[in-house]
Ligand binder design. Structure first.
Ligand code: CA
Length: 231
């Protein structure tokens, strides 16, 4: 996939979030560039080092809005996703006014963010990505967010959908409960890995996953999507 080569510039000063993004995005095959200050980020964007920017609003020197506005005034059309605080609706509006393409509120889950990244890269013509994912008799449409089993619609919650999408994008890969918790529920989710088991159990019920199961439990490790086609 062409998408895999996309370079993502993360302009953010919070170490926890930097690591969360670096790990997740690298895992997805993106090239990750980090700038922990606004000025540095701006400079790297101006040098066209990236294909997409994840831009935090609150930065130690110049804030995200200024970075965004400056780039747009210079005619730079790079896709920008703004990270904003959950509490401040005003921030979101200002971000979009300043030319951001999308925003996501903290705390966010990795799957929420990656869905927006994919959508933006697709919209800006940077990639042509597979929209339909298939495994056995299940088809998942990543754009309309519809799932069918043998042609019949399956109604999933957003978290169940994210889980299934993650498995279907990476057939046979074993995901630990910790990885799933991190990716689906976010970097500051308070809870234990039983949450993952509960969601997997609901997901299996909804897709009527009977032995030999599509979503396999890998004892002592986690879960993996088993797929005969061997992609
Ligand atoms: Ca910050």
């Amino acid at each position: 996939m062409v998408e895999k080569t996309a370079r993502i510039l993360v302009i953010e000063d919070e170490p926890t979030i930097i690591e969360f993004l670096r790990t997740g995005l690298t895992y997805e095959g993106y090239t990750v560039l980090i700038a922990s200050e606004g000025r540095e980020g701006l400079l790297r964007a101006q040098r066209n080092e990236a294909d997409l920017i994840i831009l935090d609003l609150m930065l130690p020197d110049i804030d995200g809005n200024k970075v965004c506005r400056k780039l747009r005034l210079e005619g730079n059309k790079i896709p920008i996703i703004m990270l904003t605080a959950k509490t401040d609706i005003h921030d979101k509006v200002t971000g979009l006014d300043n030319g951001a393409d999308d925003y996501i509120t903290k705390p966010f889950s990795f799957e929420e963010l990656i869905a927006r990244i994919r959508a933006l890269l697709r919209r800006t013509g940077h990639v042509s990505e597979t929209i339909l994912l298939e495994a056995a008799d299940i088809i998942l449409n990543t754009e309309s967010m519809e799932v069918t089993k043998s042609g019949n619609p399956v109604h999933l919650t957003p978290k169940e959908f994210s889980l299934l999408e993650l498995f279907m994008r990476h057939p046979k890969r074993v995901f630990t409960r910790e990885t799933l918790l991190n990716r689906i529920f976010g970097y500051d989710f308070i809870g234990d890995t039983n949450t993952v088991d509960v969601h997997i159990s609901h997901l299996r019920d909804k897709i009527r996953d009977k032995p030999p199961k599509l979503i396999r439990t890998v004892y002592g490790s986690g879960y993996a999507l088993h797929c005969e086609q061997g992609k």
